[in-house]
Design a protein around this ligand. Sequence first.
Ligand code: UDP
Length: 328
Amino acid sequence: MKRILVTGAAGFLGSHLCDRFIKDGYHVIGMDNLITGRLKNIEHLFGLEHFEFYHHDVSKFIHVPGNLDYILHFASPASPIDYLKIPIQTLKVGSLGVHNCLGLAKAKGARVLIASTSEVYGDPTVHPQTEEYWGNVNPVGPRGVYDEAKRFQEAITMAYHNFHGVETRIIRIFNTYGPRMRLNDGRVLPAFIGQALRGEDLTIFGDGSQTRSFCYVDDLVEGIVRLLHSDYVYPVNIGNPSEITISEFAEEIIKLTGTNQKVVYRELPTDDPKQRRPDITKAQTLLNWEPKIDRAEGLKRTYAFFKTLSKEELMETDHYNFDKYIIK
Ligand code: UDP
C-alpha cells in the first residue's frame, strides 16, 4: 500500500485530496496546524484504518515515522484576507514549510508535489497566462507575502530537483471552488453565497470588470493526480479557462440563490489582478486533462453544501472585516 503525506489536510483542497487518495487505496497521513483548516473537513476520515492525522505546523521540523511514497504540500493560507491577517505564517509555510517537505522527500525517497498558484503571475500583462510567463508581482504589496513565498517555493523545489535529484512536481492552481470552502475566508464565492444566505447585499470590489476563471474542485483534484503520476517537473497550470467578470459572477450567484438583494460596490483592494485565465495547453497535452464540470453544475453542488451550514456557521463572519483588512 502506497503511503502519502498531505500537508494542509484539513483545508479545502487538502481535505478533498485526502478523500481522493483514500478512495484510490492509499494510506493517507494528513497534517495541519488548523490555523485556517478545520477538523470538520476530515472528521469523516478519522475512523478509517488507513487515515492518520498529525496536528503539526509544517514550518517546524516534520517527523513522519515509516516510509513515504508521496508528499503533497498544500498547507498555506490561500485568500487575500488571510494573507493580511497572518502574513508571517503565510511566508513561513511557503518557505520554511516547503523546505521541510523537500527535506523529508529527500530523506524518504518520496516524490513531492508542491501547490503553487496563479498568484505567481501577479497582475498579469500576458493573457491568458502560460507557464512561460514570469509574472508581474509587487513584492511589498499586501499579496507579496503569498506571491513571493510561492515563487520562492517554486525556486527551492527546482533546486532540490536539480541539486539533490528529488522527484518534484509543481502545480499552478487557478481560482478553485467547491464544498468545504471556508465561508468567511473572504474569497469571492463564499463571500457572495454567504451574503445571499444571510440576506445581505453582495459586495463587488471595484467596478466588477476584473475577471477570474473558476475551476470546480473535483476537476482540480483529477489534474493533481495526473500531474503527480506524470514525469514532468516544470510547473503546470491547472484551472478552468472559462473566464467571467466579477459582475457577471455576482449575477450568476443572485440567480442561483434566488436572493432579492442587490450588489453594492466597495473599493478595489491593492494589487487585485485585473484579469486571470489559465492557458491549459500543457495540461491538455502532457496530462490529457481538461475540466469536465461547468460553472452551472459546479455552483449548484457548491450551493448545496453551503445550504447545509448551521445558522451559527453562517453568521461566523467576525474576522471578515473589509474596512480593517483592505490596505489602501
Ligand atoms: N471580490 C469581490 N467581492 C468580494 C470578494 C472578492 O468583488 O466580496 C473580488 C476580488 O476583488 C477579486 C475577485 O473577486 O477581484 C476574486 O477574489 P478572490 O479573493 O476570490 O480571489 P483572488 O483575487 O485571489 O483571485
